[in-house]
Design a protein around this ligand. Sequence first.
Ligand code: DGT
Ligand code: CA
Ligand code: CA
Ligand code: ZN
Length: 584
Amino acid sequence: MTKNEIADVLAEIGTLLELKGENPFKVRAYQTGARVLETLEDAELARLLAAGELQTVKGLGEALVQKITELHTTGRLAFYDQLKASLAPGLEEMLQIPGLGPKKIRALHTQLGLAGIAALAQACTDGRVAELAGFGEKTQAKILEGIRNREAYGRRHLWWEAAAIAEPIVAGLRRLPQVRRAEAAGSLRRGLETVGDLDFIVAATEVAPVVAWFTGQPGVKEVTAQGETKASVRFESGLQADLRIVPDDQFVFALHHFTGSKDHNVELRQRALARGLSLSEWGLVPAAGEGTAKEKAEQRAGVGVQTEAELFAALGLHDIPPELREGFGEIAAAESGALPRLVAAGDLRGAFHNHTTASDGRSTLEEMTAAAAALGWEYLGIADHSKSSYQANGLSVERLQRQVAEIRALNAAARHPTHVFAGVECDILADGRLDYEDAVLASLDYVVASVHNAFTQEEAVMTARLIRAIEHPRTTMLGHLTGRLLLRREGYRLDAAKVIDAAIAHGVIIELNANPWRLDMDWRLWRKAADKGLLTAINPDAHETGGLEHVRAGLNAARKGWLTRESVFNTRDLAAVKKYLAAR
Ligand code: DGT
Ligand code: CA
Ligand code: CA
Ligand code: ZN
């Protein structure tokens, strides 16, 4: 165990003892021990332990030295396990409620027999907590509010919304004169579709002004932790953010560590160990065994490592983009030179699934086209809803034909550098037929086929329905495969493998719907599907001009799915797209 991991155990022992109502001096000894340990370096701790000199460190008595030794060598501590087992389950969980410390929890437990947040919530609702000495109505109300907030805070957050909060913070940190480097790490940097909390890593010459700026930002509702080199805050939305400040020569190691994922870190650490190196958030050094701490510091393997590319190179690996760091084989691929050249923002030349005011969009054809032109897109596909989607103001045959004529006229007028393709987002009816006659569909440049009703069909029925739509000769691509809405609604049941195989067999594209709420088909399915030959289109499903920017979220998902430019249809140029669509 590292010294910080050991310190965490000691601190927790202090809390557990407090929950048990133990002697305050004993409690204090563990809390102090944890703090003392944090100020040591790992190498120093190892040296002191080896030399039998740990008790010479101020603040560490004999009992603590014995426990630290046990934790350091075995990674376990019998005393800790027994202590934990001796407490009523649920007591520790109650510590998560703001304003509830070990003393209050002990009172609630001994006097009301409460253990666990659910029981506590009930007791507050019943008014039993207010009656306890030292509690009262106010405290009871505050506890209940804390429990309710915790439910809201416990939610994950959409990547898109988290990114909107994170970006100005990174910019603000970089503007501080003490800051040399600043990055957002964690799941946000990996481009995960939802984010638990934000993680910022900063290299700074001075800590205090950076912490002060971070905790004093507008929108901070609560400072939840503040230490020598770190701070945590909670924003109005419930999103939390961790800040860690390190010296410049540690920055790249901290950035890599806190980017994760955990699985990736564990695998990379093992690889380092196999090469006699120890990788941590602080650096890359020779693994324990040879040399004093000082010697190690001097021959630090990580010296001179300034970038993540150099860090990976020091371990014999090609640079691994953050999106791939999920422990899904990226390290093996980075060793053999088999990492994909991921599709990037600059590769996109247009997109195919976009709405206008003709159905349920909020921008006109003209506005959407101008916005696509402003993004530098060569083409824009318009796919408004079809006639069965009443709720979305789907187009009758007549209205659709009028829109097609409008699009042809717009292209002829050549007011915009962007070519507009006339398509439709055609409902896949419950039995798998499409929502317009073949002749109507044939008058369009392309067809996006999507499910918008009868979500509750059996898996086999839904799968057959989708495959029937894929078999339709006019279907160009499938829209949002599962219909899921992240953090809101599960997708409908279907056999994705069968649908993917059918799409490949019939040359049908499956879109990667880039709407931040959808990101559908899921990135976890793309690598294998693309290897088998499936083509995708990263489609924003924009309902207004600003929605076109959602392709950014889609790019994250595509990159997490190991997709290269070759697998993404809308990286092709206008001529190639025209040719492809004409040939179908
Ligand atoms: P999130 O916040 O739940 O969306 O996911 P992450 O990946 O941002 O996780 P977070 O914020 O808990 O920690 C940031 C990174 O720090 C994580 O991806 C990897 C690293 N990390 C955190 N805890 C551990 C750990 O116990 N072991 C290892 N190896 N790495 C860890
Ligand atoms: Ca995080
Ligand atoms: Ca975190
Ligand atoms: Zn749709």
